[in-house]
Write a protein that binds this ligand. Structure first.
Ligand SMILES: Nc1ncnc2c1ncn2[C@@H]1O[C@H](COP(=O)(O)OP(=O)(O)OP(=O)(O)O)[C@@H](O)[C@H]1O
Length: 212
């Protein structure tokens, strides 16, 4: 799905060769500052590499329209934005930005259940805890129903049990729908348990890329 050849970005990333498979769960691990978030941002075309080539489904990412790309490849940042308004507003705003039809309350409640967020749709989002806001933003991304999820530490603010519940739901959903999940995680345990492939970065280079 994604293939990278001799990709360099500033002093931060220097990747000789890397392939990320379609319809698989790929975890990106590595020490803090190793370039994990930068790699996700390259794949979402939020930044462009200085040299080398990134292909997406056989097409050079440079020649992909960024807006079109982000309709199918959706990124959840490490510190996602929460907008003023209710839980419902925050779930629906992604669909609105993407010019997709709004979802009904049943669908919104189903997504809240998936991300283990036990809140009412009319609750004010600025009263949520950090971990709850993180799950709300994840729900917003799930509603967009992209082909590729790029998730930057989606469970960093969660306790182990909630993390397990959410990642299990997410992996089951992406497997069932043949979506591609690319997820940065600080947890080797999450990578070992749930990923089909793991990419380990160290100082901007691929230290290891393997099937688990
Ligand atoms: N636009 C930029 N310009 C210069 N340096 C940057 C830029 N963005 C990130 N960096 C630096 O690049 C390195 C890699 O950053 P990145 O956020 O990709 O790391 P990470 O592996 O995701 O780290 P963490 O696990 O702490 O989130 C860091 O040293 C960071 O300070």
């Amino acid at each position: 799905m994604f293939s990278l050849r001799e990709v360099k970005y500033k002093h931060i990333l220097d990747i000789e060769e890397l392939n990320i498979e379609k319809s698989k769960v790929t975890c990106i691990i590595g020490e803090s500052g190793s370039g994990k978030s930068t790699l996700l941002r390259l794949l979402n075309k939020l930044i462009s590499c200085d040299s080398g080539k990134i292909m997406y489904n056989g097409q050079d990412l440079n020649s992909c329209d960024s807006v079109e790309l982000r309709r199918t490849v959706v990124m959840l940042a490490q510190l996602p934005a929460i907008f003023p308004g209710t839980v419902r507003d925050n779930l629906l705003i992604g669909l609105k930005f993407a010019e997709k039809p709004a979802a009904n309350d049943d669908k919104l409640l189903h997504v809240l259940n998936m991300v283990h967020l036990n809140k009412c749709l009319d609750d004010e989002s600025d009263l949520l805890s950090g971990g709850e806001k993180q799950r709300l933003a994840l729900g917003r991304v799930i509603l967009l129903d992209p082909e590729v999820f790029l998730l930057d530490e989606p469970s960093s603010a969660l306790d182990e049990e909630t993390e397990r519940f959410i990642i299990e739901n997410l992996v089951a959903y992406t497997k069932k729908t043949s979506k591609t999940l690319i997820m940065v995680t600080h947890s080797k345990k999450v990578a070992q348990t749930y990923s089909d492939n793991t990419i380990e970065l160290s100082q901007g280079k691929v230290k290891r890329a393997r099937e688990v």
